[in-house]
Design a protein around this ligand. Structure first.
Ligand code: MN
Ligand code: MN
Length: 298
């Protein structure tokens, strides 16, 4: 990997670390999730670029929830909530993707600790030429020893320039794959749950990415598409588009509907544990180089 690329990843990691620290301080009882997301994203933009909309998922929600920015979007954090903050920073398209879980009243401290330990243990198994399945096994074993299940149908992934989910996939359970890690960036992200460990897609979709640049006739659709194209293939949220296009709610809905009909967008539906069980997440990005492994943001 070229030095310039490595430096961009390192910079993204540093910013990620700073913003996570900042976010931890901002998480207080009664904060609105919209305010929290906007504060985090403003902070990211001060130092680098956004890699994807800040995911703020609560309780049984595992991922892909972000405030939609509508007037009636008024989710407020309660002290008993289990909040996952998953944020992405990019520097010239090179991404650091990482997440933490916070619970203000410490009711779920054991689950958070187990999840963090699973990530730490998994990181010790990562390196150039190392087996991906050893990382997966480590996650599954650690979580089960602590009395939790991994989310079986969620996992880590490769990171590439302007590509948040690239090859390889890194399951959160032993999968039997014989694949080994090559040079490149990856994200390891165990999810722990008190449930069986399966998430399903909810009808709610707040995050999208551009699949095809083909245009639509509708004037509002065109305006939305123009903004979506600026994300260089990385994910964006309805909230961002709503803000940037400055369309009124009616125009926005019409425009978005036209784009959805034309299959221009890929969707990232909200993911929830099927039985409503509590979910935690911890995630870090790593740079796998032949000579060494760098944990971004450390
Ligand atoms: Mn993430
Ligand atoms: Mn990820």
């Amino acid at each position: 990997m070229e030095t310039k690329e490595i430096n961009n990843y390192k910079k993204a990691g540093e910013v990620w670390k700073n913003v996570i620290k900042f976010a931890r301080k901002k998480v207080v009882e009664e904060i609105s999730l919209l305010e929290l997301a906007e504060k985090i994203e403003t902070k990211i933009i001060e130092e680098a670029g956004l890699a994807f909309p800040t995911n703020l998922s609560l309780n049984e929600e595992a991922a892909h929830f972000t405030p939609n920015g509508k007037k009636e979007d008024d989710r407020i954090l309660k002290k008993e909530d289990l909040l996952k903050i998953d944020l992405g920073v990019q520097v010239e398209g090179y991404i650091c993707d990482g997440a933490i879980t916070i619970n203000l009243n410490n009711e779920h401290a054991k689950q958070i600790e187990a999840n963090e330990l699973a990530l730490e243990n998994a990181i010790t198994k990562a390196g150039f030429g190392k087996k991906i399945d050893d990382i997966s096994k480590e996650i599954e074993t650690t979580l089960k020893e602590k009395g939790f299940n991994p989310i079986y149908n969620l996992g880590g992934h490769g990171l590439a320039k302007n590509d948040i989910h690239s090859f390889p996939s890194i399951p959160n359970h032993a999968s039997g794959t014989t694949a080994v890690l090559e040079e490149g960036a990856i994200a390891i992200e165990p999810f722990a749950t008190t449930g069986k460990g399966i998430v399903s897609e909810s009808p709610q979709v707040e995050i999208f990415s551009l699949k095809e640049g083909k245009n639509v006739r509708n004037i509002y659709g065109r305006k939305i598409l123009e903004k979506a194209k600026k994300c260089s293939g990385l994910p964006f949220s309805e909230r961002w588009l709503r803000k940037e296009t400055k369309l009124n709610e009616f125009q926005f809905i019409i425009g978005l509907r036209e784009l959805m009909k034309a299959s221009v967008f890929e969707t990232f539906p909200g993911l929830k544990e099927v039985k409503g069980a509590m979910v935690t997440q911890s995630e870090k990005s790593l740079l796998i180089l032949e000579e060494k492994t760098i944990v971004l943001g450390e």
